[in-house]
Design a protein around this ligand. Structure first.
Ligand SMILES: CC(C)(COP(=O)(O)OP(=O)(O)OC[C@H]1O[C@@H](n2cnc3c(N)ncnc32)[C@H](O)[C@@H]1OP(=O)(O)O)[C@@H](O)C(=O)NCCC(=O)NCCS
Length: 167
């Protein structure tokens, strides 16, 4: 497989990143929110404040996947994963797994060595299980309007060594 690079979204790639959501048929509401979040990430109006941090997967200079993480407003020890999308022709090849690893690395670098938790609302699957995520809603209580998705939560303990921060 071609080399895959996972990097932070940059302003020159905003439209290309949005196009990944459009070809993946995300609805109008989602497109509105993801564009606003990306613009806030790239040129937020409060100095030093960023809510959602976007990363992109690049192959041969082309974006094939996008994903984000954000500190939760509930608590500073809680983080959210969101907006994971991979171009249809690149799915099932581990791209989102790479983007999950990078997002967890960035959250640890941002948070420091203290304990933190990460939540995501999606389908329960081995990729998340292997990374310590457990479902917060029992199978029988997942409503149909969530399309089978549920809240997954993972807890990360004290880090013995904090990795260097690269921004
Ligand atoms: C979900 C999606 C991002 C997975 O990307 P991917 O690069 O194919 O995932 P990987 O190959 O790294 O994943 C390894 C496994 O974990 C599953 N997985 C990965 N990310 C997932 C996610 N966010 N939610 C549920 N399952 C996921 C995949 O189904 C895959 O299993 P499979 O190959 O047997 O299907 C991709 O299918 C996609 O863009 N779907 C449309 C958008 C979407 O539904 N996003 C999630 C919204 S919550």
């Amino acid at each position: 497989m071609e080399p895959i690079e996972i990097v932070n979204l940059t302003p020159d790639r905003l439209e290309e990143a949005l196009a990944v959501f459009k070809v993946s048929d995300w609805d109008e509401d989602s497109l509105f929110y993801v564009k606003a979040e990306m613009q806030a990430f790239l040129k937020g109006d409060i100095n030093g404040y960023i809510r959602a941090h976007f990363i992109v997967a690049i192959v041969d200079k082309r974006i094939i996947g996008v994903a984000a993480w954000a500190p939760s407003m509930c608590s500073f020890w809680l983080y959210e994963l969101s907006w994971a999308t991979v171009l249809p022709e690149w799915r099932h090849r581990g791209i989102n797994s790479l983007m999950l690893t990078e997002r967890l690395r960035q959250i640890r670098a941002h948070h420091g060595s203290e304990v933190f938790s990460v939540m995501v609302c999606t389908w329960d699957n081995p990729m998340y299980t292997q990374n310590g995520f457990v479902p917060m809603e029992p199978q029988g209580r997942r409503s149909l309007d969530k399309k089978g998705k549920c809240l997954l939560l993972a807890q990360f303990g004290l880090a013995t060594k904090t990795p260097p921060v690269h921004w």
